[in-house]
Design a protein around this ligand. Structure first.
Ligand code: G4P
Length: 530
């Protein structure tokens, strides 16, 4: 087998999704402890070191105006080459967070054991389902008082509509959290002290049928475990790799990222169960990295530099087939010409290094002189093709925007259009009225500040923004529809996007449902086709 195919086969590219504070960063740090730079140095170092490596990297990113939280970490573990795509949360939540999921082959969903499924997880999960990528669940914070385990699984199944299959099962929680029970091997895995998670610790495995177990966990824990296992074996879905691959069954693991319990067990199982880079849809059919030799990639994110002195942009692309070497000429399908991808950079766990050779599954950031758009395809294949575009995700905050100085209308229109083209905001117009007012939609409110700042600093245009009460947007999927005939609710608003496609805005989800009920046959979508 060629070296290239071997390299591609050992790649695992996944995104971590969670609600803020569920433990995504802590879990990622622990992954780095098992792989990455820390391990290669040959000594086990603590959380402080892991954090240090990550925060140094953040400084570099900050200097250059790129957010680390929306980037990629690469490290090696157990023969695998792992790319973790972080999905920014908190204030940074934006359409980019969703787009990152377009570049992943699977997703790890981190859930706080005391909380269950939370709002942001729900949103990100929808995108994973749309893409039908495998979803793995890590129920975190078992070292704290957790909700009942069955209840947590029920919550995931009901809230998210996906079947779950626990691969292991927690033994106790809070101070009594001893370890997990491996269902396949019928083994109890007990964790040694990890010095508050600073070291890798040891895992002791004992068969559940071994009398030694009695000395290791309390009698009541053992009784409860046996009871729960019996219940579980009777009630839960059986593991099926096929269903996992289709994104219909989520393998579930338990642990504590902070104390480093159950993290390696999870990582090992996950790497075996998730797949190497998957084929991607294009206008010439599926492109399979195991068959397509030529390089191809698509742009999933464009990051503008916030520094006024450097107006360059960085285009992040996911390599879907072949290999890439610095200085290679590639064909930019949408631009219709050859380009040299300059200054390619790859994000590493501990450093940001210049790319020498990267393979399908990897992510690179390249300098963009303003020629790339989100969804663009680049390839060296003589048989040119374009990857399926990236959908437009539903904004949740809306504002009417206009320039303060009416003389600056031209700059305003130019600026706002360019920023929309980069994918930072979406712009809409009133439907059917002659008014030229612009409505801006964003996924995260921080984007409003970014818009204001950039229009002022880059285009010298001061703007006024009036927020609108809408929170839900729906694209109309019907090919032919008379918009005037739609019977909506009193709070509904009709608008159109730049491609003149009609859309509806609603204040609440109740109105969306009412409108669907009142207009049989009307097809409303939460994602806009590209
Ligand atoms: P996020 O990236 O998903 O937002 O979460 P992050 O890892 O930053 O974790 C949020 C908080 O939860 C942190 O506490 C972190 O230490 C804690 N945490 C993460 N995993 C676990 C776990 O398994 N058990 C327990 N008990 N806590 C966990 P913090 O006080 O906000 O920050 P820090 O000062 O501890 O860093």
């Amino acid at each position: 087998m060629s070296n290239m195919i071997n390299e591609i086969k050992r790649r695992r590219t996944f995104a971590i999704i969670s609600h803020p504070d569920a433990g995504k960063t802590t879990l990622t740090e622990k992954f780095l402890l098992y792989g990455g730079a820390i391990n290669q140095a040959g000594s086990v170092k603590g959380k402080a070191t892991a954090k240090h490596a990550v925060s140094d990297w953040m400084e570099i990113e900050k200097e250059r105006g790129i957010s680390v939280t929306s980037s990629v970490l690469q490290f090696n573990y157990g023969g695998y080459c792992i790319n973790i795509l972080d999905t920014p949360g908190h204030q940074d939540f934006s359409e980019d967070t969703y787009r990152t999921l377009m570049a992943a082959d699977s997703a790890v969903m981190v859930i706080d054991a005391s909380k269950g499924v939370e709002a942001q997880t729900r949103k990100l999960f929808k995108v994973c389902v749309m893409r039908r990528i495998p979803i793995f669940t890590f129920i975190n914070k078992m070292d704290r008082e957790a909700r009942d385990t069955f209840e947590l699984l029920d919550d995931i199944e009901k809230e998210l509509g996906i079947a779950t299959c626990p691969i292991n099962w927690p033994i106790g929680s809070g101070k009594e959290f001893r370890g997990v029970y491996d269902r396949e091997h019928r083994e109890v895995e007990l964790f040694s002290d990890t010095h508050k998670g600073t070291s890798m610790g040891e895992v002791r495995k004992v068969s559940i049928d071994d009398s030694m177990v009695d000395g290791l966990i309390s009698e009541s824990q053992r009784e409860l475990l046996e009871e729960e296992i019996e219940l579980l074996d009777g009630a839960s879905a059986e593991f099926s790799q096929e269903l996992v691959d289709k994104g219909e069954l989520s393998p579930v693991f338990f642990g504590s990222a902070l104390t480093n319990f159950g993290v390696e067990t999870f990582l090992r199982h996950f790497l075996e169960m998730t797949s190497s880079p998957l084929p991607r849809k294009s206008d010439k059919g599926e492109i399979d990295p195991m068959r397509e030799q030529d390089f191809s990639a698509f742009v999933f994110k464009i990051q503008a530099n916030m520094n006024k002195a450097h107006r360059d942009r960085i285009a992040f692309m996911r390599i879907c087939s072949g290999e890439f070497e610095a200085g290679m000429d590639v064909f930019h399908i949408q631009g219709g010409k050859k380009v040299k991808l300059s200054q390619p950079r790859q994000m590493m766990a501990s450093e940001r290094k210049a790319v020498e050779k990267v393979y399908a599954g990897d992510i690179i950031g390249v300098f963009d002189p303003g020629i790339f758009s989100i969804g663009d395809t680049l390839t060296t294949s003589a048989d040119k093709f374009a990857y399926e575009g990236i959908p437009t995700f539903a904004p949740e905050h809306f504002a009417r925007v206009r320039q303060v100085d009416t003389m600056k209308r031209k700059q305003f229109i130019k600026g706002i259009n360019q920023i929309a083209q980069e994918g930072a905001i979406q712009i809409f117009q009133e439907y059917n009225t002659g008014m030229e007012e612009i409505i801006v939609g964003v996924v995260g409110v921080l984007q409003f500040d970014v818009l204001k700042y950039r229009l002022e600093s880059e285009y010298n245009v001061e703007i006024r923004m009036d927020t609108l009460p809408y929170e839900h947007i729906r694209w109309i999927e019907n090919d032919e529809i008379n918009l005037d005939k739609i019977v909506g609710t009193s709070d509904m608003k009709k608008i159109k996007d730049l491609k003149e496609r009609p859309l509806l805005l609603f204040v609440n989800s109740w109105s969306v449902r009412m409108t669907e009920e009142r207009n049989p046959g009307l097809l409303l979508a939460e994602f806009g086709r590209s």
